[in-house]
Design a protein around this ligand. Structure first.
Ligand code: PAF
Length: 282
């Protein structure tokens, strides 16, 4: 059956009709990273975990700051729907801003706490409150019993998992591995803003993460130094932050920490801000 597009909450709910649904929340501008989420969601159907799959396409104003790229955020709706159709998704939920926020700015919000104001949240104040609020709302709209996110947005994935746990939401959260170009560059909707030179330079993010991972047995200082020295070799890339966090808390690890960790990188390449991360063991 071809994918059916619902623009309203009422339409989506009547299409789902009380069946168990996996939701793939997106802001559109879909690439193979999103399609990996869709493929995993479709697999959940074949495994009998859910009955149907819905993807949402909604560029959520709540998660953009006043000087961010809300207006500029790429919108490729027809292509997105065709890709979701080919991926075997049942329903696309594509609401307007008025449908999602009919009374204007919300008075009730989910707050992302301390971790929400670190890393991405430091550069983008209020971003994660906006993300968690819209994810919560989308899950309620769809009545979803499963939801899928990409590992590329590691902080978002952590915060959604924590929200679901903290608020006892009856939702299974699946995090799907980052999809990369052959060069190692993590797929992102924002990659399309890079010109050819910037695109080449942007590979340095994943190269720095690889260098960090291969220094992990020499401790955290070696990890940071290895990543920094790779990044310094590329003058088109301006580092925003480089951090090593404990995956259980998403807080920076101490010098004597041993165990699983995650290296986070955010950098500006020209005027485009990119993020990436990699799992390591210290
Ligand atoms: O990762 C994204 O594209 C967005 O943050 C999400 C989860 C769709 C919420 O708007």
């Amino acid at each position: 059956m071809p994918v059916t597009v619902a623009a309203t909450v009422v339409e989506l709910r009547s299409l789902i009709g009380g069946r168990r649904v996996a939701l793939v929340p997106t802001m559109g501008a879909l690439h193979d990273g999103h399609l990996a989420l869709a493929a995993r969601a479709v697999e959940l159907v074949s495994q009998g975990v859910v009955d149907v799959v819905a993807a949402s396409i909604f560029v959520n104003p709540l998660q953009f700051g006043p000087n961010e790229d809300l207006e500029k955020y790429p919108r490729t709706f027809d292509e997105d729907v065709a890709k979701l159709d080919a991926a075997g998704i049942d329903f696309v939920f594509a609401p307007t801003v008025e449908e999602m926020y009919p009374n204007g700015p919300l008075e009730t919000k989910v707050t992302a706490g301390t971790v929400g104001s670190m890393f991405e949240g430091r550069s983008r104040p209020g971003h994660f409150d906006g993300v968690l609020t819209v994810v919560n709302k989308l899950l309620n709209i769809a009545g979803a019993s499963a939801v899928l996110f990409g590992q590329k947005d590691a902080q978002q994935a952590f915060l959604v998992q924590r929200m679901v746990r903290d608020l006892s939401m009856p939702v299974r959260v699946e995090i799907v591995e980052t999809v990369r170009e052959e060069s190692g560059l993590a797929l992102s909707s924002r990659n399309r803003f890079l010109d050819a030179k910037e695109h080449r330079a942007a590979r340095v993010l994943s190269t720095a993460l690889e260098a960090a991972a291969s220094s992990a047995d020499r401790g955290i200082d070696a990890v940071i130094a290895a990543a920094q020295s790779v990044l310094m070799g590329e003058n088109l890339v301006e580092l925003d932050y480089l951090a090593v966090v404990n995956p259980a808390t998403f807080l920076p690890v101490d010098d004597d920490y041993r165990g699983p960790a995650r290296v986070l990188i955010a950098a500006r390449v020209g005027s485009t801000r990119l993020i990436d991360n990699e799992r390591i063991r210290l």
